[in-house]
Design a protein around this ligand. Structure first.
Ligand code: NAD
Length: 278
């Protein structure tokens, strides 16, 4: 019998090795540049994970850090990278320090190098079901569903959380894959009534154990995106132990969606590289 736990760590390792194999055959290595500004403990953890993964795969990786920089100067840095043919992917680590215009800065990244899929251009392409660079977390969730043979077409999928980073691109990917999608958020009334109908429930809120046993459908698939650090320990948005024997499949936190997000960034760098070669 297949395991009930969707092992994102194992699946992400498989993908990492597939990418490593691909990169080893390339004469010129795809290049990713990560830009970070200021001092944010969570961000530096994420940047380190990206660096480790990029190096494992064999990408050309560069991290540009600024203790502080103004919007115009940062955009000049990005434009220089846009015009550098050796650079295939650029990301700006979010959040930027307070007062910086994230929207303007992110949208200054050339759409072909936008490996976080956060520019309006790529978001618009996704909305129109066109080929594009897709935000890494929802892309990773689609890959998990695919590799676990969970069928999406016609399924009732409930997404909780409407962020630009996770919830909204998730909704579009699912609609494009022919699911029937219900989008819930902080103003949704009677959340449990909706979640109980979900064949697949995807939770991206950031509230420890928001989802309890009474809120899930028996035999459903639960994808927990939440990362909540409480007293140095990580918790998901789903009360894992509470729902475990009621569901068909579930992602743990940590070790579920998180590792997929990092490796999808690398998948996007390779995709950007291949598209730029054409
Ligand atoms: P966000 O803070 O931008 O958005 C949270 C969303 O939750 C909002 O749309 C809000 O309407 C909704 N919400 C808030 N309270 C709610 C409630 N009581 N009921 C229903 N909906 C409610 O968050 P985000 O950036 O999408 O991140 C969500 C969570 O996922 C966070 O814990 C974050 O750390 C985590 N995350 C994990 C990964 C990963 O790779 N595993 C990646 C990105 C984000």
């Amino acid at each position: 019998m297949m395991s009930k736990v969707i092992d994102g760590k194992r699946i992400s390792k498989e993908i990492k090795d597939e990418l490593k194999e691909k990169v080893s055959k390339l004469a010129v290595k795809p290049k990713l540049v990560v830009i970070s500004v200021g001092d944010n403990a969570a961000s530096s953890v994420y940047v380190n994970q990206k660096e480790k993964c990029a190096k494992y795969i064999g990408l050309d990786y560069s991290h540009m850090h600024y203790d502080s920089i103004n919007d115009d100067d940062l955009i000049k840095v990005i434009e220089k990278l846009n015009n550098d043919s050796k650079v295939n992917g650029i990301i700006v680590q979010l959040p930027l320090p307070k007062g910086m215009n994230e929207e303007r800065i992110v949208n200054s990244i050339q759409k072909e190098k936008d490996v976080d899929g956060l520019t309006y251009f790529n978001a618009g392409l996704l909305l129109n079901n066109e080929k594009c660079l897709v935000s890494c977390t929802p892309k990773g969730i689609m890959e998990l569903l695919k590799r676990e043979n969970i069928s999406i077409e016609g399924a009732n999928v409930v997404v909780i959380g409407r962020s630009i980073l996770v919830g909204k691109p998730m909704m579009n990917l699912l609609i494009n894959a022919n699911a029937t999608v219900t989008m819930c958020h902080s103003k949704t009334k009677d959340l449990a009534k909706i979640t109980k109908k979900a064949d697949i429930l995807i939770v991206a809120v950031g509230k420890k154990h928001l989802i309890t046993r009474d809120m899930v459908k028996r035999g459903s698939v639960v994808i927990d995106v939440g990362i909540n650090r409480v007293d140095g320990k990580l918790y998901g948005d789903v009360n894992y132990d509470d729902v475990y024997d009621k569901v068909r499949k579930i992602t743990p936190v940590p070790g579920g969606v998180g590792p997929m997000t990092v490796v999808m960034l690398m998948t996007n760098v390779l995709l950007a590289y291949e598209n730029q070669k054409k």
